[in-house]
Design a protein around this ligand. Structure first.
Ligand code: FAD
Length: 396
């Protein structure tokens, strides 16, 4: 009979959250397995078109990637700092956030998903204590001091702690019997990249419209911008099928700031839903990233929350008493307790905003426009909001 390999930690899912979790736990000296499909490692050619999946990373998320020594592998010529954000309501109200006024170097850093996966994948390749297992998780079997993970194809490994980073449809979460509650927003996000006639000057633009949804244009390096349009399903279907006419649809809003837009590549669509879970932990199990929570992308905070989960998990593991093994329930409770509030707050805030801006009655219109103008007129509140979005409100 062949012996099953035993690890301190098995991370399932090699997306950004899973790669970061595996890298961090290996860097703590814990024997770590990372289970998931193969990660692309090729650097994009300098002239390659920009990935249509881009993330606005908060300073705290970039800080974690720096701490993991993955950030230096990111090609900085493909990264864009956001210096300012302008948010427009539906009755002419405006709210603006400025990194300079909040005494921050940037509000956010725009980076492609493919570039993040590549940089993290390269760092994973150098990590001692980390074994990359190309495969798909199938089932969990509790053992005495560990959990056995069965992979498709019959392979098995054992770990003292399983970290589920396998995304919103997490099969690890389901296998552990943790309930997930899903709510559709009735919207689909259409994403696409454009060349812009005028320099964007590092400014992100966002419009809220009860009929058309939430439209964000995020700055990319050079004279390019990335669109995330969270539109009601029927409109989104039309937009995605007529990518060429997207630019002319955006013209009345974007024109005064960016001049004419020209599509550079096809659009992609993502149906939007909220997912919340009953527990963030189980027996020798912790959920991180989209396996733990899915929020509306209007605030660009989903992956930031996921990387904050990873950061907190690593903090708890690094600070554990010497005699506790990584799957000790006391550690899991520490992790769950410290993530409950930030995850709950972000879920509430993004959900309330998505709902408020989707309603077309007079009261909602008044509340949201008064709200935008009031926040704009209160510099201390604005600075506090910016610091919170930057990940500086939470415990580090
Ligand atoms: C339109 C849009 C815009 C967004 N913009 C932003 C933004 O600007 N900023 C931000 O912070 N967030 C943003 N988000 C949220 C962000 O996309 C997600 O939070 C993030 O991708 C989640 O990363 P993850 O690693 O947790 O999960 P995923 O990226 O889903 O990775 C899960 C991994 O698990 C693997 N996997 C799945 N099942 C198994 C299995 N059985 N066995 C092994 N492996 C498995 C998958 O192959 C995948 O590699 C946006 C989301 C949308 C829809």
């Amino acid at each position: 009979m062949t012996q099953t390999a035993t690890f301190d930690i098995a991370v399932v899912g090699a997306g950004v959250a899973g790669l970061a979790a595996a890298l961090g736990s290996a860097q703590l000296g814990l024997r770590t397995a990372l289970v998931g499909p193969r990660v692309p490692v090729d650097r994009a050619a300098a002239a390659a078109p920009f990935d249509v999946r881009i993330y606005a990373l908060a300073p705290a998320a970039v800080g974690l990637l720096e701490q993991l020594k993955a950030w230096p592998a990111v090609d900085l010529s493909r990264v864009q700092a956001v210096a300012k954000m302008r948010v427009f309501g539906d009755s002419g109200s405006e709210l603006s956030f400025d990194a300079y006024q909040a005494a921050l170097p940037t509000l956010a850093t725009i980076v492609e998903e493919s570039e993040l996966l590549r940089a993290l994948g390269a760092a994973v390749g150098f990590a001692a204590e980390l074994q990359r297992i190309v495969g798909t998780f199938d089932a969990l079997q509790p053992q005495g001091e560990a959990t056995r993970l069965l992979l498709a194809g019959g392979q098995a490994i054992e770990a003292r702690l399983v970290v589920a980073a396998d995304g919103s449809r997490s099969s690890v979460r389901a296998a552990a019997g943790i309930n997930a509650h899903e709510l559709s927003y009735g919207q689909t996000a259409v994403v696409a990249n454009f060349a812009c006639e005028r320099p964007h000057q590092g400014v992100a633009l966002q419009w809220f419209d009860p009929a058309e949804g939430v439209i964000a244009l995020l700055p990319l390096p050079g004279e390019r911008v990335s669109l995330v349009w969270s539109a009601p399903h029927p409109l989104a279907e039309m937009l995605a099928n007529e990518a060429a006419s997207l630019a002319s649809r955006l013209a009345p809003r974007a024109g005064p700031y960016l001049g004419a837009l020209t599509a550079i590549g096809p659009a992609r669509s993502f149906p939007l839903r909220r997912i919340s879970v009953d527990r963030l932990v189980g027996r020798r199990l912790a959920l991180v990233g989209d396996a733990a929570h899915v929020v509306h992308p209007l605030a660009g905070q989903g992956l930031n929350l996921g990387l904050a989960d990873v950061s907190e998990m690593l903090r708890v593991l690094a600070g554990r008493e010497q005699w506790r093994d990584p799957g000790d329930p006391v550690l899991l409770r520490r992790y769950e307790r410290s993530r409950a509030e930030p995850v709950g707050l972000m879920r509430l805030a993004t959900h309330a905003l998505a709902r408020l801006f989707a309603r077309d009655d007079a009261v909602s219109r008044e509340v949201r426009n008064l709200g935008l103008s009031a926040v704009d007129a209160l510099p201390p509140l604005k600075a506090a909001l910016i610091r919170h979005a930057a990940g500086q409100g939470a415990r580090r």
